[in-house]
Design a protein around this ligand. Structure first.
Ligand code: UD1
Ligand code: MG
Length: 455
């Protein structure tokens, strides 16, 4: 059945504090595979076909709303009085929606296909309420779904209301619902306060059953989709499951992972076809890897762009850009603002920060480039350092195309080395070297290149 998206508004409940996390960070902002869990939920709602996504925010409202910018519209819940009260805050914003998809911001593993299945069942059965359940061995603190002898849903019993020893396993409430708008709003306002002071959204299921309203139930094929994150043990579990899915996605998409369990890929990372990711690699943040690249073993690449056919081994790359055919490592560190043009070679024990390195430039051993503009076809000798910091301010170093920087050169910035100029081994260059000249000594004196002989 076609799901006309403008019939549906999603409401993500994300205002709770998450006491059991024992964290200063609001629970729903804890990342699962590098993305705040509430963002996974909002995206799933959108992908399932909801034209509008609202999020009820309260605890840490500003930071939650900020994390959701572009993903969901925030609605405030000033006091956290329970899931029923949270949904009621969305009434004025969502009044006109024909149907509502209600999700919990702490249940990050639900697939859009499953939500679509729920929404389709809701429409097909013309239900007033549809809920997603899962059959589990360990029902933890989830609400239990009670059914009568004919299998009709009676109500949901919260874990805190169970008798001791009752309901160790069985059918649990995943905390995801579809409601017909005209059914929901009048009843939501009438939820009674529970003894612990909260208004339970789950109360509506018992009410629907007593009233003879139409209830549809979708049982999740994969119970991990219902995993709610309430403490850090569940957070680690959700992270592991999500990362497993992400690895499978990339492998099925044409990426080779060597020893997949040791490869950590965040949800927003993209990897081109036929790239090979070796063992013990972390690809984090908004990293983009091109095709035919080889990353690993032993790399961390965060928020970086890595071009086609690049090779990176045993290195750390953060907020850097590598054009195609760049190689780096082992044991190098590319830091924020490093921009390496096509064909650059960075060998071992190099550090590059806030610097542009021109095409085919080579920097093989033990060097630091900070705040530098390096031209094409430059050779950076072993041990070269840009002395970019005078104790107060940072200064730039400029090196022209074709320059040759001798081993152990100290480039005391601000300084310029001209095109095709050279610096002698061990020189301390504290003034500009004109094009085609040679700098020698400490501090360096400038000579003609011809004078290089015998010096
Ligand atoms: C809830 C359900 C339980 C279900 C489980 C699934 C209720 C009463 N219980 O329990 O049946 O099995 O989810 O994971 O609904 N929230 C607000 N405002 C509030 C309180 C909560 O926005 O005042 C949000 C939270 O941020 C969270 C979600 O609602 O994202 C669920 O709240 P939580 O306290 O985690 O409920 P559970 O105990 O997990
Ligand atoms: Mg929860």
């Amino acid at each position: 059945m076609a799901l006309t998206s403008d019939r549906w508004t999603a409401v993500v409940l994300a205002a709770g504090q998450g006491t059991r996390m024992k964290s200063r960070l609001p629970k729903v902002l804890h990342p699962v595979a590098g993305v705040p869990m509430v963002v996974h939920v909002a995206r799933a709602a959108r992908e399932a076909g909801c034209s509008r996504v609202l999020a009820v925010v309260g605890h840490g409202a500003d930071s939650v709303a900020e994390a959701l910018a572009g993903e969901a519209e925030p609605v405030r819940q000033r006091e956290q009085l329970g899931t029923g009260h949270a949904l009621a805050q969305a009434e004025s914003a969502a009044r006109d929606a024909e149907h509502l998809l209600v999700l919990h911001g702490d249940v990050p593993l639900t697939r859009p296909e499953t939500l679509r299945r729920m929404m389709a069942a809701h429409l097909e059965l013309d239900a007033d309420v549809t809920l997603l359940t899962a059959i589990v061995d360990d029902a933890r603190a989830y609400g239990r779904v009670r059914r009568d002898a004919e299998g009709r849903v009676l109500d949901i019993v919260e874990a805190s209301d169970l008798e001791p020893g009752e309901g160790a396993g069985g059918e649990i409430n995943a905390g995801m619902y579809c409601f017909r708008g005209s059914w929901l709003w009048p009843r939501l306002a009438a939820i009674p306060r529970s003894p612990n002071g909260e208004y339970y959204l789950t109360h509506l299921i018992g009410l629907a059953s007593r009233e003879g309203s139409r209830i549809a139930v979708v049982v999740a094929d994969d119970p991990t989709e219902a995993l709610g994150v309430n403490d850090r043990v569940e957070l680690a579990e959700a992270d592991r499951i999500m990362r497993d899915r992400i690895r499978r996605f990339h492998m099925l998409n044409g990426v080779t992972l060597i020893d997949p369990p040791t490869v950590y890929i965040d949800a927003d990372v993209t990897i081109g076809q036929d790239s090979v990711i070796g063992p013990h690699v972390t690809l984090a943040g908004k990293t983009r890897i091109g095709t035919d690249a080889r990353i690993g073993p032993g790399c961390v690449v965060r928020d970086s762009v890595v071009g086609d056919r690049c090779r990176i081994e045993l290195s750390v790359v953060e907020e850097a850009t590598l054009e195609d055919d760049v190689d780096c490592g082992p044991y190098s560190h590319l830091r924020p603002g490093a921009y390496l043009c096509r064909g650059v070679h960075v060998g071992n024990f190099a550090e590059i920060k806030n610097s542009r390195v021109g095409r085919n430039t080579k920097m093989g051993h033990f060097s630091y480039l900070g705040d530098a503009d390096v031209g094409e076809d430059v050779n950076i000798g072993a041990g070269t350092i840009t002395c970019n910091f005078d104790g107060v301010r940072k200064h730039r170093t400029v090196i022209g195309d074709g320059a040759f920087i001798g081993s152990d050169t100290m480039l005391v910035a601000p300084v310029r080395v001209g095109r095709n100029a050279r610096t002698a081994a061990g020189s301390v260059v504290n003034r500009d070297v004109p094009d085609g000249k040679l700098a020698v000594g400490a501090p360096a004196r400038i000579r003609d290149l011809a004078g290089e002989e015998g010096s």
